[in-house]
Design a protein around this ligand. Sequence first.
Ligand code: NAD
Ligand code: DAU
Length: 349
Amino acid sequence: MKKILITGAAGFIGSHVLRLFVNNYANYDIVNLDKLTYAGNLENINDLKNMSNYTFVKGDICDKDLVEKLFKKHQFESVIHLAAESHVDRSISNPMEFINTNIIGTVVLLNAAKALWNNNYAGKLFYHISTDEVYGSLGEEGLFTETTSYDPKSPYSAAKASSDHLVRAYHNTYKMPIKISNCSNNYGGNQFPEKLIPLAINNIKNNKKIPIYGKGENIRDWLYVKDHAKAIDVIFHKGNIGETYNIGGKNEWTNIDLIKKLCEIMDTKLKRPLKTSEKLITFVKDRAGHDLRYAIDSSKIEKELNWFPTVTFEEGLEKTVDWYLENTDWLENVISGEYQEYYQKNYEI
Ligand code: NAD
Ligand code: DAU
């Protein structure tokens, strides 16, 4: 039995990674440590709860005693670390949570792994999941490669950059076997509706305004979440120790074009006359320090590990819309309570 700790697997990407690992690797013993913040939801992984190769532990990665106890009890050989505060807008209004979870939490995990593994690193791995935002913002040209200098611009990306540096420092200083991947924007089912695509789907469904920051000219490189989960699987099993892999969709969209495409799909799905949903588009105050463009050069993972995105954007967007329209209970549950307060505070429309 390979013993693996996956952190943050009740969240968006983590839930897809956990499902892939639990279903594909019956011989792994997998523990999911998740604090169940507003973004974590056991409904995301309800189908896995009775699987014999899986255990859920509710807890905080910053809780040193708990983390040390878990490492001792389960004798983890590998860690796939996804737990994080992940929303840029929330990092602007409350940076401290991001410093705690993304930086301190990562160091708590690194220290627990270091203590348990005690320089006996054969067969061990600390795999840290990061973001393309650590590279900062691109102009109209160019792509982020694995050697692009770090230049994070938001408290979220600065905290993620810091955690990347710390993971590399444990490799360099203590020889801990690590891998890091930096991925572009994910979309798909289970994503909390504070992020652009699910927020827009929810608003269109409810005939509410779609808030577009600034002029909608910012560009993101979108990847279907299940393709990201497959990349994590490939890197975990075949990636080289000490290496970084960039993961992207080769799929750049301005926010405004993306939302127009989404409106078109929603009009068809909701049987509304074409162009009905587009009327909901509303330009609002820009995000502070808003990064202009992200785009990933993923040639390293393609050449070395033979990973490629498999889901086209049209296909992925349609699957995503279908998921949100089918999972109305999930959506209603997550948008009750805290979300309403968050929405009121952040959007004056
Ligand atoms: P998410 O916000 O949907 O989920 C985060 C999960 O971590 C939740 O289940 C939450 O409960 C848990 N968590 C938060 N703080 C915790 C703590 N202190 N202790 C234990 N659990 C805690 O995030 P996501 O979008 O799924 O992102 C997952 C990871 O992937 C993050 O590290 C993020 O930086 C990275 N990433 C995300 C994207 C994206 O587009 N969403 C792209 C690239 C990289
Ligand atoms: O690039 C990877 C990153 O992608 C991840 O590391 C982050 O965890 C993830 O949240 C995402 O960050 P972004 O800031 O790019 O995602 P978000 O969905 O918040 O915003 C996407 C774009 O849409 C961005 O340019 C801001 C804009 N936007 C967002 C919201 C929520 C709007 O115009 N209106 C909105 O209401």
